[in-house]
Design a protein around this ligand. Structure first.
Ligand code: FNR
Length: 406
């Protein structure tokens, strides 16, 4: 991280990829196909919630303190009460959660082969080098085993798009567990596909399906049921058909009732985290259902357009459940200052997503790693400039709410 700073300030070999968060999107647009770029950059509807996610950050300002001891800085956080060291010694059948080296995790992002040939193998190994936990999507274009190998000892979590069929769910979760995934993240805000005009204009689904299989399609129970449904035929365009069948399973238009979380608990004996929580009432339901944590998230404004900015709901949710369960945050994180704000408002950790995918699209594994390392370095320096030594010291007293017009 320091070397990025030293190269930038003192000269030397400059990376091919920008360090400026405001230029990253533009550089990615030049490097990627229109379909891939639009898929990352696009939001639902007119993009109102995507805008609100960023505006919400503008309305909180950091209040820097002077002459405070700020070195060496401590970015470590404990997530789900276990230490990272223990993870390394335990046999894979009993994987343990861990404490992370920083409060940053890589968000689950599907079909990464569409953005760059390095796909999840590139991002998982970039994460491993930076000790950033990797959250693997159900829609990954790499297998559990490939991600496990690229991760080595680095912690890996699995994100589930929750099928309506419990047998398929059980089978996917067994495979994830066997490959050493420790924490289950269940995404709730995708019961139906969203209205995303940019993808509709470019007919995105066949494009994605054509890139190869995802974890969902390759699950053996899913394959069996899919084959039975097609009378044993393997039609030429089976990937597109399988993707349609998968969409019926996981994005059926209906959602599981809260009581179905009991079924999930039967399939997963580790921590379960619900992603996509925006209403404090749902946070309380998650707690009552025995969940270990939640991700306050609106899927980066990609699902319900017109929904509130994600950061705007964080304080109320932390107030409701923050002392009883782990509250993580995403949707709109772009800089170190954004992370300081989310942690000051009570998040234990944050998921970073679009910037890293732009990095992947521009420069493969190296690009993703450059973006992640830059965000971590920026976080470290912003903490120091705010007069804070350790992320665990951050609280609302480090911020002021300022409503600028416009
Ligand atoms: C996502 N996101 C997502 N979430 C999830 O649970 N499973 C997934 O497969 C995906 N796939 C995905 C693809 C792309 C291209 C994007 C941009 C996002 C949502 C992601 O995890 C996260 O919630 C948002 O990206 C956060 O918003 P920002 O900070 O990236 O704007």
């Amino acid at each position: 991280q320091l070397s990025i700073y030293a190269q930038g300030i003192f000269g030397g070999v400059k990376p091919e990829i920008t360090t400026d968060p405001n230029k990253l999107r533009e550089q990615a647009q030049k490097a990627m196909t229109p379909e891939a770029f639009n898929y990352i950059a696009g939001g639902a509807g007119e993009g109102a919630t995507m805008d609100a996610n960023r505006l919400a950050f503008r309305h909180w300002k950091i209040l820097p303190r002077m002459l405070q001891p700020t070195a060496p800085r401590d970015l470590k956080v404990e997530l789900f009460g276990e230490t990272y060291g223990e993870l390394l010694c335990k046999p894979p059948q009993q994987p343990k959660a861990h404490s992370a080296e920083s409060p940053v995790l890589l968000a689950p992002v599907g079909v990464q082969s569409v953005y760059h040939k390095d796909r999840e193998i590139g991002t998982a190994s970039a994460c491993a080098e930076l000790k950033v936990p990797f959250i693997m999507s159900t829609a990954s274009s790499s297998t559990f085993e490939e991600v496990a190998e690229a991760s080595g000892d680095n912690p890996r979590w699995f994100q589930l798009y929750w099928p309506m069929d419990d047998e398929i769910t059980g089978s996917i979760l067994r495979s994830a567990r066997a490959a050493g995934f420790t924490v289950l993240v269940v995404t709730l805000d995708t019961a139906t596909m969203a209205w995303r005009p940019a993808d509709l204009d470019l007919t995105f689904l066949p494009f994605v399906a054509g890139q190869g299989n995802t974890v969902g399609f390759t699950d053996p129970v899913f394959r069996r049921k899919f084959t039975e449904q097609n009378d044993g035929d393997t039609p030429e365009d089976s990937v597109t058909l399988a993707s349609r069948y998968w969409i019926r399973e996981a994005f059926s238009g209906d959602s599981h009732p809260w009581k179905d979380l009991e079924l999930l608990k039967r399939h997963w004996d580790g921590p379960i985290v619900l992603k996509g929580i925006q209403d404090p009432r749902d946070a309380v339901l998650a707690l009552q259902a025995g969940m270990s944590g939640i991700v306050v998230s609106n899927h980066g404004g990609r699902q319900c357009d017109g929904a509130v900015g994600s950061l705007d709901m964080l304080p109320e949710i932390v107030e409701a459940v923050g002392d009883k369960m782990t509250v993580l945050f995403d949707s709109g994180i772009r800089t170190g200052a954004d992370i300081v704000k989310a942690l000051s408002l009570g998040a234990k950790g944050v998921l970073v997503s679009r910037p890293v995918m732009y990095g992947l699209g521009i420069g493969g594994k190296e690009g993703a790693q450059h973006v992640l390392a830059s965000i971590l370095a920026d976080l470290d320096q912003t903490l120091g400039l705010a007069g804070v030594k350790s992320v665990s010291e951050l609280s609302k007293s480090n911020l002021r709410r300022v409503l600028y017009p416009g």
